[in-house]
Design a protein around this ligand. Sequence first.
Ligand code: SF4
Length: 168
Amino acid sequence: MRSKILVSACLMGLKVRYNGSDKKVVAEILTRWQQEGRLVVHCPELAAGLLTPRLPAEIIHGSGDKVLSGCAQVQESDGQDVTAQYVLAGWLAVAAAQAEGCRFALLSDGSPTCGSQYIYDGSFSGVKHPGAGIAATLLRQQGVEVFSEQQLEALIRRVHQYEAQGGE
Ligand code: SF4
């Protein structure tokens, strides 16, 4: 069996980040997986109707789980509350993963949406803290195994293990 992987569009070189840039990861395995039709390339924020470029957004004093429980907000750098759009983005990532049967996700770290190991602290001063964004949190809640771009080797090992065990 060939498992499918949801991938942040910016990691595949699409210029969809808030500032119009990408975070392309150059890796032979991603090229191969894409040729094999395993990758579902998705930008949750664009899917939710946000535009590129857009103002940077951060979770204020919390992480994805706090936003989802109504205890934290997502704000743009001008102070506008964009929580609803970012929660929608998270759920659209889940919908994309479920529609394509993705068991794994490779997401761009640091984002209030796709971050899985760290996010920014809401001060818009470049301060990081451990935590996950909204899409990564929701995907994990739905049973998708989420990896950041720094964890590509771990993802490769996990995919091989999963497939060697017949999808378990
Ligand atoms: S929402 Fe995710 S895929 Fe889209 S630009 Fe941000 S980190 Fe990349």
